[in-house]
Design a protein around this ligand. Structure first.
Ligand code: DGT
Ligand code: CA
Ligand code: CA
Ligand code: ZN
Length: 583
């Protein structure tokens, strides 16, 4: 076995981790980390790139790193990494990735208690051995135990933010072939789930040979897991698994329906079909006798569209995001499916950052990028003063920024409305980061949890309620503070939070960043059902992030959300009226 892109990236990543544990210069650590990132994102095999002499053309790959890549391609090992392993026990790398640990603490546990594995760390924490170490206490010890538990729950699923662009590229690549008559993504990625087990792609065509050949020989393939005429599977260099199925165009509707799932939705549909005298599978609707056995002599119904499948069963067409057997079939039968929100309904983005805090672009650059994207209103919402790590704004800087935003707004005229806002921290002690008289001077105030995320339910709930009740707070940002892959949502009494949001007319956010997607669909649906206002925002820290809106819209669709429930679908006039009616 020779090393592939992902394995080489992993080795560099581990080198970076070990250097960091050893206490090396941060620039040296970062050079390995960035190289790993570049390699993970590379769409082509490193072996091919190296063969063309193109390694150093990749960003963050200089001569030193390129030489190490060559060494790994030739010898399947890296001497530098072997030497590091002799010095820094490998288990420390796993330890430092536990939520709440990091390189310094990993080193502390190693030096003080000779701990070199996650298991040993868990035993030490269970026996109360960590709490007495310098800079540690009962709380941080418990946090580590929680972190170890979270680690064991990790599933190896990909974020939709990583999987969707890769899947779309493959689909387009296959559709370039004349043999490919039509194509679509299916499975969980079509349903817009926040994590993806594997990517499912369907292609319609009569001659599958060239399609499968093109698929298994793509440059981004790491390993071929199966190669047949109707189904092939590969593992990409990134580690993502992709299945491609080729089928007759005449059966497109039943096939797309079957492979989109979910399994639970399919099972219910099949029962409805049986009740009407048909067996439903990926190939057709086949008439059955009273023993539910297929009547071989009877003519089968082939469906070339999903619409036809649902119509034949007497159902409204069910959008993929709803196919989770959570009431959609009953609603489709009664003609009561929601008119789901779409990207086109969105005319505003009320949460974004600029160079004033931890964003990459200036407020003008962000505003102009939003004009290009057709938005009618945005809010500039940089971090607040206690978030030092994100260069949060002091009161003085906040007020200066608000003036700069209003100036910009005047210059941009009718093209877009730029609101002066803040993403204010709800501090761990429950206090808000700016006083009311300052908040009163802003156009749009977000309050968000960024710290104290491990607190117990009553405490977290109280913090959220206090922010919601403050008349100056217009919206709660990413309310549960979850982050993929390993930061759990806070534990809060959501019934109480939603009731308060409804009572005080405070918006709850659906944060569109694919690493957040917060509120998650289940909670957003509950909030919506209670009449709570929602907003879908990108929380962009750079211009490219403005395009993450689609993920938020999918998430809202999974929550059965209609345009009416979402304030950034409203006309500017209506939204401003709403704002003006607030203190
Ligand atoms: P994933 O990959 O774990 O994120 O989730 P899915 O939903 O993409 O699941 P996957 O890839 O195993 O299968 C794709 C779809 O194919 C699934 O949503 C429903 C359909 N499917 C798979 N196996 C069966 C089965 O045994 N019976 C039926 N009715 N449908 C199936
Ligand atoms: Ca799948
Ligand atoms: Ca699959
Ligand atoms: Zn933010």
């Amino acid at each position: 076995m020779s090393l592939n892109n992902r394995e080489i990236a992993d080795i560099f990543e581990r080198c970076a981790d070990m250097l960091q544990i050893r206490g090396d210069n941060i620039h040296r650590v970062l050079s390995y980390r960035r190289a790993a990132e570049t390699i993970r994102a590379a769409p082509r095999d490193l072996r091919v790139i190296a063969g063309e002499g193109g390694l150093t053309d990749l960003s963050y790959i200089g001569k030193t790193i390129a030489a190490k890549i060559d060494e790994m391609l030739e010898t399947d090992r890296l001497e530098f990494y072997e030497r590091l392993k002799a010095e820094v026990p490998e288990g420390l790398v796993d330890i430092m990735h536990i939520n709440g640990v990091g390189p310094k603490k990993a080193r502390l546990f190693w030096e003080q208690l000779d701990i070199t594995s996650v298991e040993a760390l868990k035993i030490a924490a269970d026996n109360d051995k960590l709490a007495g170490l310098p800079g540690m206490g009962k709380k941080s010890q418990q946090k580590i135990l929680d972190g170890i538990e979270a680690l064991s729950r990790q599933t190896g699923r990909a974020s939709i933010g990583d999987a969707l662009p890769a899947a779309q590229r493959i689909l387009e690549h296959l559709l370039e072939l004349p043999e490919a008559q039509a194509g679509a993504l299916a499975g969980s990625i079509r349903r817009g789930r926040e994590t993806i087990g594997d990517v499912d792609i369907l292609i319609a065509g009569d001659d599958s040979g060239p399609i499968m050949q093109r698929f298994v020989t793509m440059e981004s393939v790491g390993r071929v897991l199966g190669h047949g005429p109707t189904k092939s599977s590969v593992e990409l260099l990134s580690g993502l698994q992709v299945d491609v199925r080729v089928l007759e165009k005449a059966r497109w509707g039943t096939a797309l329906n079957y492979f989109t799932g979910s399994l639970a939705h399919n099972v219910k549909l099949r029962q409805i079909a049986l009740d009407q005298g048909f067996s439903l599978n990926e190939h057709a609707l086949s008439p059955v006798d009273e023993n539910k056995t297929i009547i071989e002599t009877a003519e089968k119904i082939l469906c070339d569209s999903e619409e036809q499948v649902y119509a034949t069963l007497g159902l409204q067409y069910v959008p993929p995001e709803l196919r989770e057997d959570s009431g959609e079939i009953e609603a489709a039968r009664a003609g009561g499916l929601p008119r789901l929100i779409t990207r086109n309904d969105i005319v505003a983005d009320l949460h974004m950052h600029s160079t004033w805090s931890d964003g990459k672009h200036s407020i003008r650059e962000m505003a102009e990028a939003c004009i290009q994207r057709g938005l009618r209103a945005i809010a500039i919402t940089d971090h607040s003063r206690s978030l030092g790590i994100a260069n949060g704004l002091s009161i003085e800087r906040l007020l200066t920024q608000a003036e700069a935003v209003r100036q910009l707004n005047a210059e941009l005229g009718d093209e877009i409305e730029v609101l002066a806002g803040t993403e204010m921290d709800i501090k761990a002690d429950g206090e808000l980061d700016y006083p009311d008289e300052i908040l009163a001077q802003l156009d749009f105030v977000i309050a968000s949890l960024h710290s104290g995320l491990q607190q117990k339910r009553p405490q977290v709930t109280e913090r959220l309620l206090k922010a919601i009740r403050n008349p100056h707070v217009d919206m709660i940002g990413h309310p549960s503070a979850r982050q993929f892959p390993n930061r759990e949502a806070v534990d809060a009494d959501w019934d109480a939070v939603f009731a308060a949001a409804k009572a005080h007319d405070t918006i709850l956010e659906i944060n569109a960043n694919p690493l957040r997607l917060d509120l998650k669909p289940e909670l957003a649906r509950l909030a919506k059902d209670l009449g709570v206002l929602l907003a879908i925002n990108t929380d962009a820290h750079q211009i490219a992030h403005l395009d993450l809106m689609d993920f938020g819209v999918s998430n809202a669709r999974r929550a059965w959300v209609e345009p009416e429930h979402v304030v950034n679908t409203w006309t500017l006039e209506r939204f401003q009226q709403w704002l003006n009616a607030r203190p």
